[in-house]
Design a binder for this molecule. Structure first.
Ligand code: AMP
Ligand code: TRP
Length: 347
């Protein structure tokens, strides 16, 4: 898999990942199968960061509970997401891969983070507002969700957090929480930076290219699942909304549909999207090539997923091993935070 190894940092400068032992952490919810936005905006970057970094990836099942879930489905989806991540290239020998609820320090530090972030800060989170508007039952945990996310990140002395663009605000809050805690109680946490890819940080819906590709807000033909039937993927790309003139260029303001296709093709092939635009004079060919590139990207992932999914005992074993490794880091950091904040340790 070819990729563009450049990242935009918070201050707009570019970061080229280098060999180092810096810690990378990210989390993904086991709420149904991932879509192309998750794969290009996040998962592919998890895979890249396994190399040359100390990478920790978490299936955030506690976060999934913030909106009502069927218990059997949640269990099944946690295994499926683990398998999907491995099928996409995560190697449990190279990274730590585990389920959030297997490491109780996440919930414990989550509480300390709830005492560290303010009601006002949480009220400004746009993802909460979006999700609350769409939910019948708005749980308290949906509101405090970013405090748990901060705990996830801070528990591993994380330097970098690869995420898609929609997580920018949550990451800012995690930084603010770390800084506030450190200034109140002394240096306890590493202040993390997010890394958002230059390309495909925000893959858009194929039918409504002004909206982010998302499971909840999708138009039927606008969303591509990583595990979707390959013919269906081709069809959806063929039907992708473009616009009335016929010029292929990267122009998010006036040509969001075409720009989205160019960015998808760019993310899959590792070729600059402006350069790609120069190769096309018609939308039709761009759609066909993008469909083909995506199909070739997901085909091996689907095959590997099917193999992994046939052996749930092995997936459980991998999660258990991952949790042991994660606990060894998280327990030390949690104890540091517990002592700093003034809780009496049991020792
Ligand atoms: P979620 O499915 O919300 O757990 O998201 C998992 C990861 O995928 C996060 O890092 C998101 O920022 C990223 N992500 C979600 N939707 C998109 C999208 N449409 N384009 C790019 N990245 C995305
Ligand atoms: N909030 C993230 C999302 O919706 C998931 C998440 C939970 C996460 N904890 C995290 C992402 C820690 C990065 C780091 O996609």
């Amino acid at each position: 898999m070819v990729g563009i190894l450049r990242w935009r940092r918070r201050d707009g400068t570019t970061l080229t990942p280098r060999m180092s032992t810096q810690r990378v952490f990210s989390g993904i919810q086991p709420s149904g199968d991932p879509h192309l936005g998750n794969l290009l905006g996040a998962i592919q970057n998890y895979v890249r960061y396994q190399h040359g970094h100390d990478a920790v990836y978490c299936i955030v099942d506690l976060h999934a509970l913030t909106t009502p879930k069927d218990p059997d489905e949640l269990r099944a989806n946690t295994l499926r997401m683990t398998n999907l991540l491995m099928a996409a290239g995560l190697d449990p020998e190279r990274c730590i891969l585990f389920a959030q609820s297997h490491v109780p320090e996440h919930a414990q530090l989550g509480w300390l983070m709830e005492t560290t972030v303010s009601f006002g800060e949480l009220s400004r989170m746009t993802q909460f507002k979006d999700k609350a508007d769409r939910s019948e039952f708005i749980s308290a945990s949906l509101f405090t969700y970013p405090a748990l996310q901060a705990a996830d990140i801070l528990l591993y002395d994380t330097n970098f957090v690869p995420v898609g663009d929609d997580q920018r605000q949550h990451l800012e809050l995690s930084r603010d929480a770390a800084q506030r805690f450190n200034s109140r109680f002394g240096e306890t946490f590493v202040v993390p930076e997010h890394v958002i890819p230059e390309i495909a940080a925000r893959v858009m819906d194929l039918q409504r290219p002004n909206d982010k590709m998302s499971k909840t807000a999708a138009a039927e033909n606008g969303l591509i699942y990583v595990l979707e039937d390959l013919k269906s993927i081709e069809k959806k790309f063929k039907r992708a909304v473009t616009d009335s003139d016929d010029e292929v260029r990267l122009d998010w303001e006036n040509k969001p549909g075409v720009s989205n296709l160019l960015e998808i093709l760019s993310a899959v092939t590792g070729t600059d999207p402006h350069e790609l635009a120069g190769n096309y004079t018609q939308y039709g060919a761009l759609k066909v090539d993008t469909a083909e590139a995506v199909v070739e990207l997901v085909r091996p992932i689907q095959e590997r997923f099917a193999e992994l999914n046939a052996d749930p005992a092995e997936t459980m074993r991998i999660l258990r091993t991952g949790a042991e490794k994660a606990s060894a880091i998280a327990s030390v950091v949690y104890d540091r935070a517990r002592d700093a904040i003034g809780l009496l340790g049991p020792e």
